[in-house]
Structures are given as C-alpha cells and as structure tokens.
Design a protein around this ligand. Sequence first.
Ligand code: AMP
Length: 532
Amino acid sequence: MIKAIRGTRDLLPPETALWNFVESAVRDVFRVYNFHEIRTPIFEDTQLFARSVGEETDIVSKEMYTWEDGVRAADYAVYKKWMKMKMPDARVFDLIDPEIAQPQSPAPSARMKIDGKQNVILFRYRFTFQDFLLLKLMEEQSRDETGGKFQLRLVTTEAVPENFKIVLEEREVIIETVTVENRPQSLTLRPENTAGVVRAYIEHQLWERGLNKLYYIGPQFRRERPQKGRYRQFYQIGAEIIGPATAGSESPARDAELLELLATLLDRLCITDWALQLNSIGCPNDRAKYNEALREALAPVVGQMDADCQRRAVTNPLRVFDCKVPEDQPIIEKLPRISQFLDEPCRKHFEQVQEILKSVGVEFQLNDRLVRGLDYYTRTAFEFTHGALGAQNAILGGGRYDGLSESLGGPSAPGIGFAIGEDRLVMALKESAETVQRKPDVYIAPLGPGMNREAARLARELRRDDVITELGDESFRLKKSLETASKIGARFALIVGENEVKSGAFALKNLGSGEQVSVPHAELVQKIKSSR
Ligand code: AMP
C-alpha cells in the first residue's frame, strides 16, 4: 500500500474546517491592516535560498528538498520509446549544419545527412503528453514513405545544441547531447516564503507602488526530523512590509504595527496563552563587531561543546544561541550578548519599537538570547511562543531584513515580516473542528420511483438560497433516509414523495425534536433558515 510520505499528512474533514476558519479570520485581519495577498511558486532557483536564508544555516545546509531539473532527461526517454518501434538498421549519424533554432520559433529545422541524402529533422524539446501523441502520429505518416527515407518531425521551441548527435542502433534511436548547453537548473522546494516574496518584489519592481504590505498562506518544505508540531510539509501564514526607506519601511512604527497585528490576530482566534519574545540582533556594523567578540569568547570553551555547537561556533557564531544541548547552556549563558553591542541608531530604533508596543498595550519580554535561524535578519527579531504546544512551542517568528533586497540584486528596500506556523496555530485553537464545521441544514429524502427528479429540483432551489442541503436517493426506504440524515448531523429531513409533490407541501422533520410539520413549498427556505 502506498502511504503519505513521512513528515507529510493528509488534512481531512472535519479538521479542514478548522483550517478554513483560521484562514478566513486571518484574511479579515490582514484586510483591516491593508495587507494584500501574494502567491509565489512553491519552487524556486536554489540560489535564491542559499543567498538569502544563508549557506551556513540548518535550513540550507541540510533541510532543503533540492533537485537538478534536467528537462533533457525526460525528452530522452520519450524519444527512445518511440524510436524503438521504428528504426530498421544500426547506423550513426551526425547532424550537419544545424540551423540553430531561435527560442520560441515554432518549427525550426536542422538537416541531417543519411547515406548521402538530406533529410529534414525538426526538433522539439520539453515534451508534454500531447507532444508524445504528435510523435506517434508522425510515425504513422512516415510509414508510408519509401526507399529508406524517413522524416523525423520533432518541432523545437528551444535552441538545438550544436553537438547534438543521433545514433541509430538496432531498432532504436538514442539521442545524445555531448555537452549540454542548457545545463540542468538546481531547484528547491521553498523552505520559507520571504525569499520568494522579495524575489517577486524585485522581479516586478513592486517599489513603484511605494510601501508594500503583502501576505501569503501556503506550504513550505524542510527535511526535519518529524515529530508533533514539526512536519516536512508544513504551512505558514506570513506577511511582509517592504519598500523604499522613503516610503517609511525602515520606521520602528512598522515593526510595532506588525507585532500589534499579530497580537490582534491571536486575540481574534481566542489564543491567549502566548508570549512575545523580543530582541534586536543589530545592524551590519554591530553584527561584525559582535561576531568578533563572540568568536573570541568561544575560542577557549568551544572544545567542551557538543559537535553541532562547535560547527556553529565556526560557521555562524550567532547560531550558538540556538544550541539546545543542556550541558552547553552554562557556557552559552556566559557569552557576550548582542544588546551590549548595538550602536546608537540601532538601539534607538529598538527603543522606539518598544515604546509604541507599550503605548498600544502589547506585552513583550526582552530576550537577548533570541537569534533566528535565518541569516537575513537585522535589528528587530521576535518569536511568539505558546504554552500548550510542548517541545515545538514557537508558534511564529520574524524580524527585519533591511539588506535582503540588495543581496538578491534588488534596490535598497528595508523590510520586516513574520511567518506563523499554521499547523501549530491550529493546534493552539480552543475551538474544536466540530464546532466550526457547519452541519447540513436539511437532508432531502426522495420516496419512491421518479422522486430523484423532484428532489434534485428542490435541492437546487434550496442551495441557491444558501441552505446546506444533502440529497438522498429514491431507492432508500424512509427509515434508511432518516438514519442517514441523523448520521450526517442534518437538522431537518425533508420528505419528497408523490403526495407531497402533488399537494405542493412537504413533510419537514426536525431531527432534534422529532417534530414533523407540513410546510408549503414557498415557505421552506424561511422555515429551515429561521431555526438555525
Ligand atoms: P521560522 O521562520 O523557521 O522560525 O518558522 C516560522 C514558524 O514556522 C515557526 O515558529 C513554526 O511555528 C513554523 N515552523 C517552522 N518549521 C516547521 C516545521 N517543520 N513544522 C511545522 N511548523 C514549522
């Protein structure tokens, strides 16, 4: 039996109702803060993550789903399959004088020499299933041709590599490309979404609009050790405020606005047991000095630490604060803290964030051990933890990333964002799936031959009036219909028999109280809705 991959899971009803409940509440909150949705692809160029999240982070160094996307490998398989049925002899041909096709050109050609004769070959890369059918068609045509002549009509939308070679072996053509011009691209399933949003910001020149307030909801992928609250495909709800500094993107008011939004969002979902941990991890200058101090402080003690912490101490000393090994904690406690290294503007910025938070009544705890697992953060960094979540208690995290756009080749565009772990958010809800899932209002029970038609008409009417309607079948006895109606939790059963249709009034049974009344057709919707 084929099962879902470890670390992934199926979200089934009724739990999906809880997810929809969360997403709809979240969208409402984003709307009043004037955020707009962005949807970026779930895979991107691997370099995007290496350059933004950082080569030395756990995410990039060991958790990404990365593959070489070689279109040609797939083409090769299709070619081979077809040619096997077609080619008579073993011969080798080299392409001569290929007219290198322009990308997008519909039917460029390359000529091939076969036994002194010239034959037309048209190439096509990137086969789709339709292309394969097309090839089969061409095969039928070429069967009619005589005298060893054949025509391969393979239409290309891409340049034909110069040293493209076709080898005919017994009943088989193998297509070789000696050097591949379009080297396969390294692609990665997104492990987080900020990099994709900033890439899109640059690609579509979103700075033209000034300040951008964008949000996303979607799956992310990390090859982590699965456990409760930690999955390999998990979902994030995130938001970014990004734009030119002249549009105010650098202001501490934006940091505070985003944090206040988060408090509102959690309140709206009635999630109370949260704590906001706040830190400033400094501006680039402070960071350089701080890293230096950290390295110095770590040098005499690093040998006593666990292997993973030792690696961090060398590659990315800030990340030593994320080491979870209990024996290393006393060493970590004594390390210098970034708070002692903030320069004046950086410290001021952080103070202003705190002042606004106090004035709007959002509680926070300063935590100068808080560093984030991604390299692009600067200045404000934060995490919300939640009491009921157990070991994986971070419900969301985020921070400022003022230099990220430039490091991806874009203009200066200070920004700040967060990502909520939606899986964990749903776990922290007090509501149960049963309470948020709407049960059917009515179950229509057609009774006897010909009644499916009548029932379908009625169902159509009710559904158009927003009545949640489930339909039975005329072959069911009344008892079975009523049992089914109760099982799915419908509030009413509506009986549609020949007499009801004739009289234009239907038996409506309240499945809670057992009471049954006859309701004229025209009053059905109102009667069903009024008792919701
Ligand atoms: P990060 O940017 O890595 O701090 O991720 C932000 C939030 O996403 C975290 O606070 C978690 O709630 C959630 N998250 C991160 N990784 C996972 C995972 N593997 N499974 C479930 N949720 C995750």
